[in-house]
Write a protein that binds this ligand. Sequence first.
Ligand SMILES: Cc1cc2nc3c(=O)[nH]c(=O)nc-3n(C[C@H](O)[C@H](O)[C@H](O)COP(=O)(O)OP(=O)(O)OC[C@H]3O[C@@H](n4cnc5c(N)ncnc54)[C@H](O)[C@@H]3O)c2cc1C
Length: 427
Amino acid sequence: MYQSPISPGRSWYEDSIPDRPTYPSLDGDRSADVVIIGGGFTGLSAAVHLAKSGTDAVLIEAYRFGDGASGRNGGQMGTGQRAWAEEQEAELGLGRARALFDLAEEAKSHLLEFTTTNGIDIDYRAGQMSVAHKPRYVAEYKAHAEIMAERFGYPHLSFMDSAETAERLGSTHYYGGVLDTGTGHIHPLKLLVGTAKAAAAAGARLFEQTRSTGISSRNGKVVVETPNGTITADKGLIAVNAYGGDLEPVSAAHVMPIGSFIGATPPLPADTPVLPGGEAVDDSRFVVRYFRKSADNRLLFGGREIYGVKDPKDIHIHIRRQITEIYPALKDVELTHGWGGYVGITLPRRPFVREVLPNVISAGGYSGHGVMLSNFVGKLYAETVAGNRDRLKLFEELNVPAFPGGRRFRSPLLFLALSWYALRDRI
Ligand SMILES: Cc1cc2nc3c(=O)[nH]c(=O)nc-3n(C[C@H](O)[C@H](O)[C@H](O)COP(=O)(O)OP(=O)(O)OC[C@H]3O[C@@H](n4cnc5c(N)ncnc54)[C@H](O)[C@@H]3O)c2cc1C
């Protein structure tokens, strides 16, 4: 059984997918119109859209498609960008905030259309709740629902008081929140595998187990080195997000990997009080908890942690403790799976999209909001290659500063900052 070498544990997703084709590794030199590094949602979505528009694309992935964040995440699509629309408005003005929100709405409908057009079953289930773990956040959620309807034309968000929240969650742990009926949650690995198949069917040349050891721009060409061959192309897309290491310094300075972990329970009884409506949930903690039920009624429960967890047993312990705080009745339920991955975050929690070398665009840093955005950024990249950069520009123009401290010192600095926020979650 294949176990991703970059996850500290096997995911329930890997065990619930019927067919995960493998792709060859690169052996020999290639030339192409576009070279893509990274086989997650960003890279594979770009490959599909490029290939469908007749562009010759070569994509390489260091491990297997979906071994990065895309195959192992919480599956929550969300609405808008990671930062709330009103926060964007305060900084960017209503016009730009609205443009970013509308783009994210398009990302959402694009994802659902894309899966329908390409016959990909993603176990889509509607409904998402964001809930307050402290009474002081309840008023913010109420105001948020009103602002979204009035200023951003989004009618699907409704405020929930503590009684409704308790009923919908099957838990009295939270104080209120919002219900979003205009979004939902999915099986991410099914989407990822389906996207790879669609890319291959459209004619993209896909390679797994092929790590790029360097990318450069030389004499008007983009050159990507791998251990067994060089790819030369007119344009390049770096889609390595939190997993890029030292591949390219500008991306590395702006996108920071943060570990996040998920545990799966066995299927719960059909009449379980846990999430009777089947919505996904995220909470107001800075070190956010996110959970939902799978198509076969398991509770998939995620929590970000500020320290690295390498041993799957530790994931089980941490996640079970968090589940029990919210659902004490599940205290004796053993988890069947525990796994983890890296979320790519940026300082202002906005996507990082930038031309980092001549004709090379880097995209990532969706800050925990990439399920719909990364797929859409792949499409916008293909639009850019076809000559229309207007919409990708909306992301490129966002102010995303580098993390202070450089590659060496930013982790300790972030650790301190996260520790402070984690402490604040508790008081
Ligand atoms: C545990 C977890 C839970 C999450 N939950 C949610 C959620 O509920 N909702 C949400 O919206 N987002 C969530 N996210 C974030 C979301 O998964 C990501 O934003 C999204 O998958 C990013 O896709 P990507 O293609 O940009 O990156 P990835 O999927 O990480 O793909 C990058 C790929 O690049 C490859 N790579 C790296 N370096 C090289 C190299 N040198 N050569 C070749 N290949 C290379 C990696 O192996 C990897 O496969 C979560 C992430 C994690 C880890």
